[in-house]
Design a protein around this ligand. Structure first.
Ligand code: ADP
Length: 427
């Protein structure tokens, strides 16, 4: 039984796998016994009925619009069939989406399917430097459009105005829950949402300039069946009333054995982490030119090198770029989509090869990359463990009958030494 309800309180649909583990970790920290399934299971998995929160992790962020909508609705039907009381559409705290979206079309489709009038979009994650003011998203002290996100290989974010981005992705007018209203006396935010809803506005961007705004937004949105956003807001959800002690985050099985880091993200933080790790770890770059010429041989050579360097104390690093110039060169030669697909396929095959060679702990950098890796490994569900960094929990899963630990890192999360220190959280 979930608490004494017999069904989960929250059902979450995450548009990538790192987002899935990120929000699952936030829910665990908020006191929810949380299950994460990889894709929509054919039938409910053990634990789903018992959980307080169920997260379905999809790889839908950069999928064609209709595919993203179809996958998200399949996840919704799975979650509503489990009896989830409220639903959450989780996307990135930097609002990563293509020009056509998945965020706008999926939010509209979820609202329609649930018969709901209105939802709030709250991407902010102040602990990771993502805030929203007057509908504009900031990364640290920089507007989103001036941050490194403007160079993202698949979802370059060149506008900071979330209302404008969302309006271009949807058929609905977009409203704002502004900072001034959040700081007004209790009740003002809910009254503001009610006014917007009465005007027929179904999607409302929430300003969030700091952690202190999150509980105000949470209280003002308790009447909404659907919430959307980053995982910041999930950190302030009231714990489920009747739930017993939450499955402690550090109770996952820890797999002893060699570790590897697979970096397919080329976000600024990951490139810094890769540069740092290259000074400390055995490392090898998967060159796009080689992957294009002969992917099978490139992967085989990389794995042969990795097997020679496996060590129980020092992880090996496989990465796909040293710097932005590598990415620009590859995209010029192959196109962004083809280059990305080549890297994702190769890293996914490397992940399988590494686990088959005895690696028991994998750090994967990048949302799309993590999706490719977890799918190739055929993992069905992940258990959430201790945090390797804010928003990046270690997880455990079963691969070929053995427990393995994975930390799936969103590209821009983590300190520069993340790849060399992530394993300390497992000690
Ligand atoms: P993040 O979490 O930083 O957004 P993702 O894994 O989601 O990272 O996205 C990074 C994308 O960039 C992946 O699709 C990956 O395959 C692609 N990529 C990685 N290295 C290169 C490269 N050298 N050239 C072009 N694309 C690359």
């Amino acid at each position: 039984m979930s608490g004494h309800r017999g069904h989960p309180v929250w059902g979450c649909i995450a548009d990538d796998f790192t987002g899935g583990t990120d929000i699952a970790a936030a829910l665990v920290a908020s006191g929810f016994r949380t299950t994460l399934t990889v894709g929509v299971p054919e039938r409910p998995l053990p634990h789903e009925h018992d959980a307080d929160a169920v997260v379905v992790a999809l790889k839908s962020r950069t999928a064609p619009r209709q595919e993203a909508v179809t996958a998200s609705l399949a996840a919704l039907y799975h979650l509503t069939a489990l009896g989830c009381e409220r639903l959450w559409f989780k996307y990135c705290s930097t609002f990563d989406s293509t020009a056509q979206g998945n965020i706008g079309p999926v939010t509209e489709a979820l609202l329609d399917a649930l018969g709901e009038q209105c939802t709030v979009l709250c991407p902010a994650y102040p602990d990771n430097g993502r805030t929203v003011y007057q509908g504009h998203l900031f990364v640290g002290d920089t507007l989103l459009s001036e941050s490194a996100m403007r160079h993202h290989p698949l979802t370059p974010m060149t506008d900071s105005d979330l209302r404008r981005i969302l309006a271009a992705q949807s058929t609905q007018p977009v409203g704002l829950l502004p900072h001034a209203v959040l700081r007004a006396p209790e009740g003002a935010a809910r009254a503001h949402l009610d006014r917007l809803t009465a005007q027929g506005i179904r999607m409302v961007i929430a300003d969030t300039t700091g952690n202190e705004d999150l509980p105000v937004i949470e209280r003002a949105t308790r009447h909404l069946r659907l919430l959307t956003g980053g995982s910041g807001l999930a950190h302030v959800l009231p714990p489920p009333r009747a739930a017993g002690p939450c499955a402690p985050a550090d109770r996952i099985e820890i797999a002893p054995g060699p570790a590897a880091v697979l970096a397919g993200s080329v976000s600024a933080a990951t490139l810094d982490q890769t540069a740092h790790a290259r000074r400390h770890l055995p490392h090898r770059k998967l060159r796009l030119r080689d992957l294009h010429e002969d992917p099978a041989a490139t992967v085989a050579e990389t794995l042969a090198w990795a097997r020679d360097h496996l060590d129980p104390t020092v992880p090996v690093l496989l990465h796909s770029a040293d710097d932005r110039a590598d990415v620009e060169q590859a995209q010029k030669a192959l196109g962004a989509t083809e280059a990305a697909a080549l890297v994702e396929r190769a890293l996914a095959q490397c992940a399988r090869g590494l686990l088959d060679a005895g690696v028991r702990r994998l750090v994967v950098a990048g949302g799309e990359t993590s999706g490719a890796v977890v799918s190739a490994l055929g993992l069905r569900s992940l258990r959430i463990g201790p945090a390797a960094a804010p928003g990046v929990p270690w997880t455990s899963a079963t691969y070929a009958g053995r427990t393995v630990n994975l930390a799936l890192k969103s590209g821009n999360f983590g300190a520069p030494d993340f790849f060399t220190t992530a394993q300390e959280a497992l000690k």
